[in-house]
Design a protein. Structure first.
Length: 255
C-alpha cells in the first residue's frame, strides 16, 4: 500500500473501532458509577472496608459480561472482511477468535475490579490522613462521598473510555491477525503482516518507529524491544497496549 492508502485504511479501521468503543464506553462508565455507589454506601453503613471484597467480585462479574459483549460485537464487525469475492471465515474460525480473547477478558476484568477497590481503599487512607488537619474528613459520610466521587465521578469518564478503546482495539486486531493466519494456512499462500501507526501527535515513539515493519505471518514485530504479534497483542505489556491506535495490515507475498 502507498502511504495514502495505508492512512486511509487505518482511519477506516479506527472509525469502525470507535463506533463500537463508544457504545461500551457508556456501559463501562455506568458500571463504574454503580460500583462507586455500592462501595460508598457500604462504607457509610459499615464504617469499614470489610465488605469490599464481596462487592469487588460482583463488580468483576458485571465487567466480564460487558467485555464479553464488547468482544462479540467487535469480532462480528471485523470478521466480515472478504478476500476477493470469497468470504474468509467459518463459525469454527470465529469460535477460535472468541477463545483467544476469553482469557484476556477474565484477566482484564480481574484487574479492573482490583484497581477499583484499591482506589476506594486509597481514598479511605487519604481521608484519614487529611483528618489530621480537617477532622471532619474522617467522618464516614465524608469518606463515603469521596469514594463515590473517586470511583464514579469525573475520573470514570476517562477510565471508561480507556478501557473501551483498549479492549475494542485488542479484539479487532486479534481478529485481523487470526484472519491473516487462517488465510495463510488455508490457501498455502505466504502472508505478510504490517504494523501501521497513525503517526499523529499522540502516537508513542516506539509505535512510530515500528510503523512500516513487515513480517511473514507468525514472526513478531519489534516494538521498543518487545516482541508483539500485532497491535494490542494480549501477551504484550500494558505500556505497549493501553490506548494504542495502531492497526494491522496484511497482504500476500508475491514469489
Amino acid at each position: 500500500m502507498t502511504k495514502t492508502e495505508r492512512m486511509r485504511y487505518a482511519r477506516a479501521i479506527l472509525l469502525a473501532q470507535d463506533k463500537i468503543a463508544l457504545v461500551y464506553f457508556r456501559k463501562i462508565r455506568a458500571e463504574l458509577k454503580r460500583v462507586g455507589k455500592e462501595l460508598s454506601e457500604s462504607y457509610a453503613l459499615n464504617q469499614t472496608s470489610l465488605q469490599f471484597p464481596d462487592l469487588q467480585q460482583k463488580h468483576k462479574e458485571r465487567v466480564i459480561k460487558i467485555l464479553n459483549d464488547l468482544v462479540f460485537a467487535t469480532v462480528k464487525v471485523f470478521i466480515n472482511d472478504k478476500v476477493g469475492q470469497k468470504r474468509m471465515f467459518t463459525l469454527d474460525v470465529a469460535n477460535e477468535i472468541y477463545a483467544l480473547l476469553a482469557a484476556n477478558v477474565l484477566t482484564t476484568s480481574a484487574l479492573i475490579s482490583q484497581n477499583t477497590v484499591a482506589s476506594a481503599t486509597v481514598v479511605i487512607l487519604k481521608q484519614m490522613e487529611l483528618s489530621r488537619t480537617k477532622p471532619k474528613a474522617a467522618e464516614p459520610e465524608n469518606i463515603a462521598k469521596a469514594i463515590a466521587k473517586k470511583i464514579g465521578g469525573v475520573n470514570a469518564i476517562s477510565r471508561a473510555m480507556t478501557i473501551a478503546r483498549t479492549e475494542t482495539h485488542k479484539a479487532a486486531n486479534t481478529t485481523q491477525y487470526t484472519k491473516a493466519e487462517w488465510a495463510a494456512q488455508e490457501s498455502g499462500l505466504k502472508v505478510e503482516v504490517e504494523w501501521i501507526a497513525t503517526n499523529d501527535g499522540r502516537v508513542r515513539d516506539d509505535h512510530r518507529h515500528a510503523d512500516g515493519q513487515k513480517r511473514p505471518i507468525g514472526q513478531p514485530f519489534n516494538v521498543g524491544g518487545e516482541a508483539m504479534r500485532y497491535p494490542s497483542d494480549p501477551r504484550a505489556s500494558a505500556s505497549n497496549t493501553i490506548n494504542c491506535r495502531c492497526v494491522l495490515g496484511y497482504d500476500t507475498i508475491d514469489e
